[in-house]
Ligand binder design. Structure first.
Ligand SMILES: [Zn+2]
Length: 532
């Protein structure tokens, strides 16, 4: 059976891991000396090897015959853990189980010693998604863990973790892979798979994957097959207009005031079947990153921009004056809001591009200056916080927009009695796709179920995974997903891939939870009624 590449190539031992040498050396050494910590924190962006390292470490510390710190992969312990049948190892994704009951249930089992292995291991992925109450429950266990207990917490956003948790963990920062490391590994994978690829094609994939190995393998998967040599053209076709390079070209046309080129790019975009509103969102995000690069300088970390990209943003920002960049950003955010009401979203986009390339109209000048000083004030605030510039959603500056949809839980519209629940249809579709279209399954499995509304099933993609949102929206892949939905009981189902909107204030939810629990403390649970 054909398996998705990123599964086939998931490292099984520390020796298999690409890069992250310092981390691998330390962990290996701990296994060798038996000095295992009670809590590890693995930080790093998507696809940098956190979960793989967590699984390898889990096996290694329980392995009956470890080899130089690596799990043997053959003993009973290794095999049981590998098959997912071990009662001593729990893997939990906090993104979907962030409620306090679930973590409490897990923590209640801490008191039972491991049944088979030496250590009982809890791997909690995306741990920053836990609620405040769940963190408190976890903290209690971390304060006095039983001798056999090991926690491996993984997160893409360590800054969202309470300091009380951070201080109890041994922290490891997983760096993004360089383009060379990715291209090198892809080349190895291609050769081992008996296929051929042009080096430029692999470099292009490495660039699009932005430091994530899993993403790189998923893109490669979508370009492979057919027994042909993988060329740069194949990769471009697979990526379509989905990659960051397209945004750079578009912004470049705006910077040079080249309206003709901007319109040509829009034409390409429309032929690729891209959604205008989504594209305008991406453009605004891109312009905000340019602004951040302009204000912070190339030395600072930009959220959502990989190390190799940093220089590109700083370079492109130099093509704009600060005032011009503000104006174009302002225009793009207005256009984004206008697409909601306009009959032709494409016209809105084209008018935006031409305005952005032109000179400001004298009549609008007063209003513009006012708007600019308003935006400048806001940017000064942002500058003070540096990193928050890109994360700030457009809503703050575009009051016309309605509130961003909450990422979870997904609300489903009602279905006729007796028919299958949308979530079940979704899960069955995933199983089917996994069997029939493994290359699609790779990226699709990284999305979360985003709810069912009026015949449309939504997949939610986390920030950083936009490239797959766009690929799966293409006419090449979307119909296959819709067919699988139909086959799984969703008659006439449509599929839509959407980006998960980052929450305006990550603390807001926690604050709400805190004030809610103090209300309950004051008045008693039965007196407090919670309305949405
Ligand atoms: Zn073993």
């Amino acid at each position: 059976m054909y398996q998705a590449l990123y599964r086939v190539w998931r490292p099984k031992t520390f020796s298999d891991m690409v890069g992250q040498e310092a981390i691998v050396r330390t962990l290996r050494n701990q296994v060798n000396t038996g000095r295992i910590a009670h809590a590890y924190l693995f930080c790093g962006s998507r696809g940098t090897g956190k979960t793989s390292a967590a699984r390898i470490l889990t096996k290694a510390i329980n392995c009956l015959r470890p080899r130089d710190g690596d799990p043997c992969g053959e003993c009973e312990s290794c095999k049981t853990i590998e098959s997912g049948a071990s009662f001593d190892v729990y893997e939990m994704d906090a993104a979907s189980n962030s409620r306090v009951e679930e973590i409490r249930e897990l923590l209640e089992k801490v008191d039972y010693p491991p049944q088979f292995g030496k250590y009982k291991v809890y791997i909690i992925d995306e741990v920053h998604m836990l609620s405040n109450a769940a963190f408190n429950a976890l903290l209690k266990t971390l304060e006095e863990p039983p001798e056999y207990m090991v926690f491996i917490l993984a997160t893409t956003e360590p800054q969202k973790l309470p300091s009380t948790i951070l201080s109890r963990c041994q922290r490891y920062d997983f760096g993004r892979y360089s383009e060379d490391q990715i291209a090198g590994h892809l080349s190895h994978v291609v050769t081992e798979s008996g296929e051929e690829a042009e080096p430029e094609a692999l470099n292009l994939i490495a660039r699009a994957a932005e430091g994530g190995m899993r993403d790189a393998l998923s893109i490669l998967d979508m370009c492979m097959g057919g027994g042909q040599v993988i060329t740069e053209e194949h990769v471009r076709a697979a990526l379509g207009t989905a990659d960051r390079a397209f945004l750079f070209s578009f912004a470049d046309a705006l910077a040079r005031r080249d309206g003709g080129e901007a319109l040509r790019l829009i034409e390409r975009l429309m032929r690729g079947g891209r959604d205008v509103q989504v594209f305008l969102k991406d453009v605004s995000a891109h312009l905000r990153l340019l602004m951040a690069a302009m204000l912070c300088g190339p030395g600072e970390a930009l959220p959502g921009a990989g190390g190799d990209n940093l220089r590109r943003y700083a370079d492109q920002a130099k093509q704009f004056s600060q005032q011009r960049l503000l104006r174009v950003l302002d225009l793009s955010m207005r256009a984004e809001a206008d697409t909601r009401w306009a009959a032709s979203a494409r016209s809105v986009l084209e008018v935006f591009a031409l305005r952005a390339c032109g000179q400001p109209d004298d009549r609008d000048y007063e209003a513009l200056l006012e708007r600019i000083s308003e935006l400048e004030n806001r940017l000064h605030e942002l500058e003070a916080h540096g990193v928050r510039v890109a994360a700030a959603p457009a809503e703050q500056a575009a009051p016309k927009k309605t509130a961003a949809p909450k990422p979870a839980p997904a609300a489903d519209s009602p279905v006729p009695e007796g028919s299958k629940l949308p979530k079940d249809v979704w899960n069955d579709m995933l199983k089917l796709i996994k069997r029939t279209e493994p290359a699609i399954y790779g990226p699709l499995s990284q999305a979360r179920y985003g709810g069912y509304q009026d015949g449309v099933y939504k997949a939610l993609f986390a920030p950083g995974a936009e490239i797959f949102r766009n690929m799966l929206s293409s006419d090449k892949h979307r119909p296959k997903i819709e067919a699988a939905l139909e086959q799984s009981g969703g008659a006439g189902a449509k599929f839509e891939a959407v980006s998960q909107v980052p929450q305006a204030d990550p603390e807001a939810g926690k604050r709400q939870e805190q004030s809610m629990s103090s209300l309950i403390d004051m008045f008693g649970r039965d007196k407090v009624q919670i309305d949405d």
